[in-house]
Design a protein around this ligand. Structure first.
Ligand SMILES: Cc1cc2nc3c(=O)[nH]c(=O)nc-3n(C[C@H](O)[C@H](O)[C@H](O)COP(=O)(O)OP(=O)(O)OC[C@H]3O[C@@H](n4cnc5c(N)ncnc54)[C@H](O)[C@@H]3O)c2cc1C
Length: 415
């Protein structure tokens, strides 16, 4: 039985692990934090085949200077971190030309269109169907100016075959009565789904993997040993693991390990926060994106999760919890039922690291240095949605099957 070692037990690593186990591999997953110890725990839960608008699209770039001047705006940069982030930010700005945006959107659509179906298959395999919902998603706006400002994004979605319905205030009210009457403009995308507990989904995935003979070890990969163009073993902080196949799925922490495999990938943490309210007074039926605040509101199992914002400060800087609290303040403007004050015991806050590339596309493909090492990281804002399908793509590469989509846009060598 071939031995497959996967670095990282987030949604991507676990999806790869389960797909390889189905293909007859003996699978070991390494993660010092255990299942969903990274971004896969606290994200907004969106399974959005419609998330094809790259971060660097021109409409967004115009807003950046204003956002940066506001320390609690949807995008922030800790100025001390600027020298470190500058090369990535420079590439990010250059990735925002119209032809590139169109190509990135096409590639994202190929990767994400199967996300609801791939999640359903994963959920069936790991006993998580109760967490999967398909009610569509809403993008909502207080002002017509903000609604119009997002028209280019909606046009890009439509150009990629996504049905986007513009709603008037009455139609919006009927679809989601919990929203404030001040919210008068919206777009609805019916194909989207959501997962009501991404951390629990990963936990069930790991449990299934172990039940069927795999292992999840709380170890940190430190060095990748190679001989004659192949990886032979991974050294961790505790042991040495021999292997036949290696998959690197360490999310925002992947770049130094990818460099050991000959691939210099510009990868940055786009830090994001969530604030959760247990027994929330407002509980929308479907996920909602605030067009003005650029954050998501998702009905989770027993909680309301507010998640979003982007902060550039690296992997190690302490959290700035004001950014999580800001989400609550903004959510009150969306949902009048949310009270002005709430006991602290009902709130929980979380910081996570989106593994982001400058062109908003993940890195999926064989490493430059070793024929038996595959990269599967860099999914940025869409890794929950894209994780399970990425798992099957990696399994296809390892089995020598032709993947159902063109993987050239995701090539590790593109930088
Ligand atoms: C606020 C926020 C909201 C989001 N909302 C959504 C959403 O609604 N929909 C969506 O699709 N995506 C969303 N995302 C993005 C999504 O969460 C990520 O793209 C996805 O979780 C990445 O999964 P991953 O498995 O690649 O990485 P992670 O989940 O971060 O997992 C990587 C793992 O690697 C481990 N690791 C690191 N170094 C090592 C090492 N040396 N050895 C072993 N293991 C190691 C880490 O401990 C970690 O557990 C959101 C992200 C944030 C922050």
């Amino acid at each position: 039985m071939p031995e497959a070692l996967i670095i990282g037990a987030g949604i991507v690593g676990l999806s790869v692990a389960l797909a390889l186990q189905r293909d007859g591999h003996r699978v070991t997953v390494l993660d010092p934090a255990g299942p969903a110890g990274g971004a896969s725990f606290g994200n907004a839960g969106w399974l959005s085949g419609a998330s094809v608008v790259p971060s660097a699209y021109p409409g967004m770039l115009k807003s950046v200077p204003g956002w940066l001047l506001d320390p609690l705006g949807p995008l922030s940069l800790r100025w001390r971190y600027l020298p470190k982030a500058a090369p990535w930010l420079w590439r990010f700005l250059r990735a925002g030309t119209t032809p590139q945006i169109r190509a990135q959107a096409r590639a994202l659509r190929e990767l994400l269109a199967p996300s609801v179906a791939a999640h359903r298959a994963l959920a069936e395999a790991v006993g998580a169907t109760h967490l999967m919902h398909r009610h569509g998603a809403l993008w909502v706006y207080r002002t017509e100016t903000a609604f119009r400002a997002d028209a280019a994004g909606a046009a890009l979605r439509r150009a990629n075959g996504i049905e986007v319905d513009d709603l008037d205030a009455d139609a919006l009210r009927q679809l989601e009565p919990s929203l404030s009457r001040d919210i008068r403009f919206a777009r609805f995308i019916s194909e989207n789904g959501h997962c009501a507990d991404p951390g629990e989904l990963c936990r069930l995935g790991a449990e299934t993997l172990v039940r069927d003979g795999g292992q999840v070890l709380r170890e940190r990969a430190v060095a990748i040993e190679q001989r004659d163009g192949r990886v032979v073993a991974v050294r961790t902080d505790q042991a040495n693991h021999a292997l036949d196949w290696l998959v690197l799925a360490a999310g925002a922490w992947s770049a130094p390990l990818a460099a050991q495999l000959g691939d210099r990938v510009p990868l940055e943490s786009e830090r994001g926060y969530h604030l959760e309210i247990t027994a929330s007074e407002a509980m929308p039926r479907l996920p909602i994106m605030s067009g003005e605040g650029k954050f998501a509101v998702t009905p989770m199992a027993g909680r309301l999760r507010l998640a979003g914002t982007v902060e550039f400060a690296g992997l190690d800087a302490p959290p700035d919890w004001r950014r999580a609290d800001l989400l609550l303040r903004q959510a009150r403007a969306l949902f009048p039922a949310l009270p002005e004050t709430m006991p602290e015991a009902r709130l929980s806050r979380w910081l996570g690291h989106r593994p982001s590339t400058p062109d908003s596309l993940p890195v999926i493909g064989r490493s430059r240095a070793a024929a038996n090492a595959i990269h599967a990281f860099g999914h940025g804002h869409v890794g929950l949605a894209g994780g399970p399908f990425t798992g099957t793509l990696v399994a296809d590469l390892i089995a020598g099957r032709t993947p159902p989509i063109d993987l050239a846009p995701f090539s590790p060598g593109r930088f």
